[in-house]
Design a protein around this ligand. Structure first.
Ligand SMILES: Cc1cc2nc3c(=O)[nH]c(=O)nc-3n(C[C@H](O)[C@H](O)[C@H](O)COP(=O)(O)OP(=O)(O)OC[C@H]3O[C@@H](n4cnc5c(N)ncnc54)[C@H](O)[C@@H]3O)c2cc1C
Length: 471
């Protein structure tokens, strides 16, 4: 018997377990896979010696998260690597626009839009701690209402509306669009600007780092810290029904999405709550490719080699068209591709002289048109890095079905635990004062399907565990 059982060892499951263990509760984490981590995994997906981040790679939210900051990650093996620049965004003609750590350096690279970038981001960077706390706070009144109100005025706008009204040139518009497209929504959708604002602000305030050795290092550190607090973890244990764990612990926290919760809980779920969860919307899926390369990517714009993250997709108009296609059920011919080149900054990822590359694009939820997406991703890489294809030694492809088979939380390939549209940004998974608590006594949801949503920050688990402790 334990005080609490946590089902799932993603960052949110491990965070929940840590908060409970810190409060003196005995905790057992049950993980279905043989390895822990959920979206924090590093594996040899292609060739021996090439270590790929199967899911998450770059961690602005991880380094900024109040929960992660409360964990002695460094003592448990996490070493953050800050690339010279957080992000590069290539454009046609061999040019690139760069999000530099330094706000003035970014401003200098944006020409006539530099001053507008400064006006938009300087107040956010100055208030970054409060804004991070506010946006990752969960459903609570903000502690810094003035900062949040000023942020909200811009954040609630559509990304394309904000970019077009603030910037005149392609460079700043494209840079903003690439950040905002992490929302996995059409860039015309309300509140998509919030993603662009938060991610670019974090680039200036804390950087976009990667952990040496791979994202698995974060999961291993969280697990090591949990064990130091007396917590236990059992892998290879898929929980098939809620009854199975409720018999063993008074508190159960589920690092799963609404669809899995309904399957686990069966008839116990009251009809009204079940109906509300059945309406929960999942977002687009992804097609991801990991490459083993014989050399670094031959970007036409040399600045791209200074950044671990590269947004490949061209102009604001092109990225907006690509995301609109995905939302309309189409595979874009010129997709928005998120790229990470970890091995340029971390020699542990590939044999000497060789490199890894991590790339994914958004596709309609559950899409089976994998070949089309792969062709489109590679055409975009070749467009901005001519000769790229000649370097490919091996590749591993994960499509929506493969992702969901690896982790049932990726429903239809949705890596964010549900759409982050305006409604589900706030009412996640349902509109309730305490969204973590389910109507079943002692049972809580703690995954990215709860506030504040997707990304490696652990804050969903943190808030869920605190709600459970208040019970
Ligand atoms: C390709 C890809 C790229 C990404 N890139 C980034 C990035 O660069 N930066 C970033 O911040 N985020 C990124 N993310 C998103 C991030 O990984 C997720 O938002 C985050 O992992 C969600 O954490 P979680 O704890 O809610 O769920 P998950 O990490 O999905 O963990 C859930 C865990 O629960 C287990 N589980 C589920 N059901 C059961 C059951 N019945 N019994 C036992 N165990 C069960 C699963 O096996 C899994 O281990 C990416 C994700 C993907 C897939």
């Amino acid at each position: 018997m334990h005080d609490a059982i946590v089902v799932g060892s993603g960052p949110n499951g491990l965070a929940a377990a840590i908060v409970l263990a810190r409060a003196g509760r005995s905790v057992l984490v049950l993980e279905g896979r043989e390895t822990i981590g959920g979206g924090l995994r590093t594996e040899e997906l292609t060739l021996p010696g090439f270590r790929h981040d199967t899911c998450s790679a770059i961690h602005p939210l991880g380094i900024a998260s109040p929960f992660m900051r409360s964990v002695p990650l460094g003592e448990h093996g996490v070493e953050w690597i800050q690339p010279p620049a957080p992000l590069a965004h290539p454009l046609d003609g061999g040019a690139a626009v760069v999000l530099e750590r330094s706000l003035p350096a970014t401003v200098a690279g944006l020409g006539t839009d530099g001053e507008a970038w400064r006006r938009l981001f300087e107040p956010l960077v100055t208030a970054s701690d409060d804004l991070v706390a506010g946006t990752l706070a969960g459903p609570r009144p903000p502690r810094h209402p003035l900062h949040m109100a000023r942020f909200g005025r811009s954040a609630l706008r559509s990304a394309s509306g904000l970019a077009r009204s603030r910037f005149d040139g392609e460079r700043a518009r494209a840079l903003f669009a690439g950040n905002a497209a992490h929302a996995m929504l059409p860039l015309e959708a309300t509140a998509t600007a919030s993603f662009g604002l938060i991610l670019a602000m974090l680039g200036h305030a804390v950087g976009w780092p990667l952990p040496r050795g791979g994202s698995q290092a974060i999961a291993d550190a969280l697990a090591s810290y949990l064990r130091s607090l007396g917590g236990e973890i059992e892998t290879g244990h898929t929980v098939a029904s809620l009854d199975e764990v409720r018999a063993e612990a008074g508190l159960v926290l589920l690092d799963v999405t609404p669809r899995q919760f309904l399957a686990l809980a069966g008839d116990e779920v009251p009809a009204r709550y079940r109906r509300a969860l059945e309406k929960y919307r999942y977002g687009p899926g992804v097609v991801k490719i990991d490459y083993a390369l014989s050399g670094p990517v031959p970007w036409a714009a040399s600045d791209c080699a200074r950044a671990a993250t590269v947004h490949v997709g061209g102009t604001l108009d092109e990225i907006a068209a690509a995301e609109a296609d995905v939302s309309a059920g189409r595979i874009p011919a010129r997709p928005y591709v998120l790229v990470a080149q970890q091995s340029l900054f971390d020699a542990t990822r590939a044999p000497a002289g060789s490199h890894t590359l991590w790339a994914y694009t958004h596709v309609p939820n559950g899409s089976t048109r994998t070949d089309e997406a792969v062709t489109a991703i590679e055409a975009q890489l070749e467009r901005f890095a001519p000769g790229f294809r000649d370097l490919v030694l091996a590749r591993s492809i994960l499509d929506p079905a493969a992702l969901e088979a690896q982790n049932p939380n990726y429903v239809g390939g949705d890596i964010a635990g549900g759409s982050a549209d305006l409604r589900q940004l706030f009412a996640r998974p349902v509109a309730r004062p305490n969204p973590y608590r389910t109507p079943i006594d002692g049972v809580y949801l703690c995954s990215s399907s709860t506030p504040p949503g997707g990304g490696v920050h652990g804050m969903c688990g943190y808030h869920a565990a605190r709600a459970a402790l208040r019970r």
